[in-house]
Design a protein around this ligand. Structure first.
Ligand SMILES: CC(C)(COP(=O)(O)OP(=O)(O)OC[C@H]1O[C@@H](n2cnc3c(N)ncnc32)[C@H](O)[C@@H]1OP(=O)(O)O)[C@@H](O)C(=O)NCCC(=O)NCCS
Length: 180
């Protein structure tokens, strides 16, 4: 059985964050491949601060970016879940589904499995009507997850991320949508 703060899939446990997640989360946030499509890698302090913001979101909304654990081993591998974008764009206010996994956990379908559970929670338990996802246009792996979970892309929704500099190659973003 799933409770609002915990979701189970065939291979994964999506749960609230624990103290023991801080070190492995900082390690993946410092990995240049994991952070290739973000403006900067994160320091340990920034990584810890991100966990604190995520946990504050859970307290406020009852959902958020869940810590993802492999059920068989108990290993923490990153996050997947629902978040509220803090910037303003043509599609906000909105709830997005997002993911960030350690490289060792890529290529196994974990992001897709966790994302499907997250959006099912969003529609069924959080009564959302629509969930979006966005990323830099060049982030092929992330776009592939969006497509695998059945999200649709309309070029008319593409946008320049307002928090990135006009000369930043990461600025052009794609938006995907799905409705419950
Ligand atoms: C985006 C990210 C989560 C995608 O990871 P991923 O491993 O490519 O995606 P999935 O977990 O869905 O796995 C799919 C892959 O596993 C393979 N796979 C293996 N076993 C599988 C299974 N049982 N079920 C489904 N897919 C499986 C698929 O064939 C696919 O492989 P492919 O990439 O060679 O086609 C990962 O690249 C990441 O964390 N990137 C850094 C953070 C980031 O950019 N986040 C998004 C910012 S908006």
């Amino acid at each position: 059985m799933s409770s609002p703060s915990e979701l189970r899939t065939a291979r994964l446990l999506l749960r609230r964050w624990r103290e023991t997640d801080h070190a492995p989360f900082a390690a993946l946030n410092a990995d240049p491949m994991v952070m290739e499509y973000f403006p900067d890698r994160l320091t340990r302090a920034e990584s810890d601060e991100l966990i604190a913001r995520i946990e504050a979101g859970f307290a406020a909304r009852g959902y958020g970016l869940w810590a993802v654990e492999i059920r068989e081993t108990g290993e923490f591998v990153g996050f997947t879940g629902l978040a509220v974008p803090s910037f303003t764009a043509h599609f906000t206010p909105a709830v997005e589904v997002g993911w960030r996994l350690a490289r060792s956990a890529w290529g196994k379908g974990y992001a897709t499995e966790a994302a499907l559970a997250s959006i099912a929670f969003g529609f069924r338990d959080a009564s959302l009507e629509e969930i979006v996802s966005f990323t830099s246009a060049t982030n092929v792996r992330s776009r592939a997850v969006m497509e695998r979970i059945g999200m649709t892309h309309d070029q008319a929704d593409d946008f320049d991320h307002p928090e990135l500099d006009e000369t930043d190659p990461l600025r052009p973003h794609v938006l995907y949508r799905t409705r419950g």
